[in-house]
Design a protein around this ligand. Structure first.
Ligand code: MCN
Length: 786
């Protein structure tokens, strides 16, 4: 067995370059004759543009060009589009307004792109951007999700009356109505899933370059999916054939979903590079990221759970208003629909579910996928309902959950998903043991003696990862299946290069992918290089999001390795003059059954290249194989997170004193990397629950939380040392039995925190983010026991 193979806590091989400052990010790249772009952004949430005077800016020092929406239109550049069509329940297609890369006639949110100034230096571009005179007629704005379609709300796009993009539904309404009619108890909650601003460490950046000699473009950009960026962006900018655009996503400092989309800025850089005949570089600053990176979540939900006299769940009804922002971002429409409502069954056997989702435009930044994308919102609805129902029925939350768990697999839910494998009782049992559930009451009493309120909150989440098997999404009418590609190139010295369509921007693929190769070929992981993020090197790929790189990306590598092994067996058999059926391969050695003949993997690799007079009709020289892998189903990671909080009753300050997470990720390749992923995810979920909340002023539509002064990210001292455990049910739909782990923590955590807070405070609900001020106010209003 390989010392660096599957299951080993191999330190991340990429970290040496990151922690020694040798990472190469987009902003580290500089091209000869490069210019710099600065965007003129709207100061208004909603306004008519009467005219733009660029003359002063054009005359400013160093300015190369000033471009506006008129130039975009003149060059026939179309707008950005949302790729996933949703139909309303009346069958009509979603109503999307145009999304020009530079505003045309109107701006629709603070930060909207109005013009771009291109200059010799960044400072000159920024200074000249201040000189662009825009004549605006401010219009009334609507920023609040719940009020977007209210009578008299300002109309944002002519194409979408009442600011309604779609009114969609999923499930059986009649069955749900019947379940509620017959219910012995109904639990109701009004929930707000707060809007979040993604905060990857590296802000977005792009360099567009045009080579007039070959009439081809290169885009360096902070992308999680460079091939998809090439496909979509080449169509937007009119570059044909598409391989005339090379997209390079070098080291990327985190994305969390926000770097999947096609944004105006990188599109402008590519288009403008040809117009000015020089490379155009843009590096966003943190303030621009707050304003114009696609935000996450932002749901307002009315949710109901029906139970019978035995404490069994019989039905669920959910009505959600989902804020899309001012424009539909690349995948926005899929998030509150197929990534959300399809997970509303949670881990429970619920016979009838009906969900309605109204997607609305508001004068705010576009909203799209953010770590978990739809699944944190679903888990929040399910786990808040379940916990509340248990309390209302005077059952322990653990017992109520256990009574309703799905126990037989495969399980077809009433909301499309067919869960393949899991053991939800096992993760609950293990979590109860790790948190010392039986000792909780004593700990609560001890806290009370010290003037503190203690609470325990569960979150038994499930998610659908490995996005997105074409068989499964085809049935959703998406028309796109998201497979992954891989190529394994074995060099004559036996070293291996793996070319993958996945993109690592913090997930440690250079290590885990190498571990897989090490395991299969019996060579050390440091003899494996992982190549990704360049459309000229890797033929095609779907990129990284939806915790898919393990289950889908690594499965493609696995398939390519099958082919490499099969070919190497042929070569070994030829060189050792044996029958192929007598060749055995173990621990990196090919041997001939029943003899002492053997060859190391490296020797076979060399033989494959240095011509052993192969019978070329049977064996071609070389050792290089590729594969595409399209899974049959999603993977369904699930687990039980329990959060224990202690609240200072005088100040409302909440301390998380213990966090237990027992997750089922199927086969684990690198436990250390997986634990890191879970830690990061929980931290993000705790941020949503306790500190992070994006706010727009309801009247003016100004972003009130536009910097870290007002938008509070969680810090290390807000978090306890996490207590992690694992259970394992292998995923049957991929060869490694893996399930995704990259989003689990962010999906589970918000419900666990709020369930713990409501337990401690003895209240039905508390809004997120439950800052100490919010908690203090609840304490003042409710005067709990202490
Ligand atoms: N892994 C494993 N065993 C498993 C599952 C995964 O060892 N059973 C390993 C994988 O090989 C990979 C890592 O864990 O090295 C994460 O794998 P996976 O769950 O497949 O997720 P992806 O690689 O597809 O990453 C996407 C996921 C998502 S959707 C978001 S959002 C997110 C996340 O990863 N964004 C991140 N984690 C992030 N971590 C960092 N540092 N930065 C981001 O932007």
């Amino acid at each position: 067995m390989s010392e660096t193979g599957i299951g080993k806590r191999l330190p991340r091989m990429e970290d040496h370059r990151f922690i020694t400052g040798k990472g190469r990010y987009t902003d580290d790249i500089n091209l000869p004759r490069q210019t710099y772009a600065a965007f003129v952004r709207s100061p208004h949430a909603h306004a008519k543009i009467n005219g733009i005077d660029t003359s002063q800016a054009e005359g400013a020092p160093g300015v190369v060009a000033v471009l506006t929406g008129e130039d975009v239109a003149a060059d026939g550049i179309g707008g950005l589009i949302c790729g996933w069509m949703i139909h309303s329940k009346d069958g009509s297609p979603m109503k999307a307004g145009p999304h020009p890369i530079l505003a045309q006639g109107k701006v629709r949110y603070v930060g909207d792109h109005v013009a771009v100034v291109i200059a010799e230096t960044k400072a000159e571009a920024q200074a000249a951007a201040e000189l662009v005179e825009v004549d605006y007629d401010p219009l009334p704005a609507v920023a609040e999700t719940a009020k977007a379609s209210a009578d008299g709300a300002p109309q944002i796009h002519d194409e979408a009356p009442d600011n309604t993009v779609f009114e969609w539904s999923l499930g059986d309404e009649a069955a749900a109505t019947e379940a509620f009619d017959k219910a012995s108890h109904v639990t109701t909650l009004e929930l707000v899933n707060n809007r979040l601003i993604p905060n990857a460490m590296e802000p977005r950046a792009a360099i567009g370059d045009y080579d007039s000699g070959s009439d081809s473009f290169t885009l360096y950009t902070t992308s999680q999916n460079p091939h998809v960026a090439r496909l979509v962006l080449s169509a937007f900018v009119g570059i044909a054939p598409e391989h005339k655009l090379r997209v390079i996503a070098p080291d990327v400092g985190g994305g969390f979903g926000s770097k999947i989309f096609i944004y105006a800025e990188e599109t402008v850089c590519v288009w403008a590079a040809k117009r000015v005949g020089r490379p155009v570089k843009w590096t966003g600053d943190r303030s621009e990221a707050f304003l114009a990176d696609a935000h996450g979540r932002d749901h307002v939900t009315h949710a109901e759970l029906a139970t019978d006299g035995d404490g069994r769940i019989t039905g669920m009804r959910v009505k959600t208003i989902a804020n899309m922002g001012a424009y539909l971002s690349t995948f926005a429409s899929s998030v509150p629909t197929y990534l959300y409502a399809t997970l509303l069954s949670g881990q429970y056997d619920i016979p009838a579910i009906y969900c309605e989702v109204d997607a609305v435009y508001t004068n705010t930044a576009p909203v799209d996928a953010y770590r978990g994308a739809g699944r944190p919102e679903a888990t929040y609805v399910v786990e808040r309902l379940v916990e509340t129902a248990a309390r209302e029925l005077n059952l322990s939350p653990a017992e109520f959950r256990r009574r309703n768990f799905i126990t037989e697999f495969p399980h077809q839910t009433p909301v499309i998903m067919a869960y393949d494998a899991g053991d939800y009782g096992a993760s609950l049992d293990k979590a109860l043991e790790l948190i010392d559930y039986d000792g909780f009451e004593k700990r609560r009493q001890e806290s009370e003696r010290n003037g503190k309120l203690r609470g325990l909150g569960f979150s038994n989440y499930i998610e659908a990862c490995g996005i997105a098997p074409s068989q499964a999404v085809g049935s959703l009418g998406a028309g796109v299946g998201l497979w992954e590609s891989a190529e394994v190139r074995v060099n004559p010295t036996g070293n291996v290069e793996v070319l993958t369509g996945s993109h690592s921007h913090g997930q440690g693929h250079e290590t885990t992918f190498a571990q897989l190769v090490s395991d299969r070929l019996g060579i050390p992981a440091d003899q494996v290089s992982v190549v990704h993020g360049d459309t000229d090197k890797v033929q095609f790929g779907m990129g990284t999001y939806g915790s898919r790189s393990g289950a889908v990306g690594m499965s493609a590598i696995y398939k390519a390795l099958d082919k490499v092994e099969a070919k190497a067996r042929k070569v070994a058999a030829h060189v050792m003059e044996a029958s192929e059926s007598d060749i055995e391969f173990k621990d990196g050695q090919f041997s001939v059954k029943g003899t002492d003949k053997k060859m190391a993997f490296g020797e076979v690799a060399l033989a494959a290249y240095v011509a052993h007079k192969f019978p070329t009709d049977e064996i071609e020289p070389g050792l290089k194989e590729g594969a595409f892998y399209d899974p049959k189903n999603f993977t369904f990671p699930a687990g039980c997170h329990i959060c224990e909080v202690e609240i200072d009753a005088d100040t409302g300050v909440t301390r998380i004193v213990n966090w237990v997470a027992v997750d089922d990720f199927g086969t684990i390749i690198n436990p250390m990397i997986v634990e890191g992923q879970v830690h990061g995810g929980i931290a993000q979920g705790v941020g949503q629950a306790l500190t992070e909340g994006c706010r727009y002023d309801a009247e003016s539509g100004q972003l009130v939380t536009g910097s870290y002064m007002d938008y509070c990210m969680p810090r290390a001292d807000d978090l306890p040392s996490f207590n992690l455990g694992f259970t394992e049910t292998a995923c049957p739909s991929n060869p490694l039995g893996m399930k995704g782990c990259g989003e689990a923590g962010a999906i589970a955590a918000p419900a666990a925190v709020i369930n713990a807070l409501t337990d401690a405070l003895g209240v039905k609900d508390i809004p997120m983010p439950a800052t100490s001020e919010v908690v203090w106010r609840v304490i003042q209003e409710n005067k709990p026991r202490v």
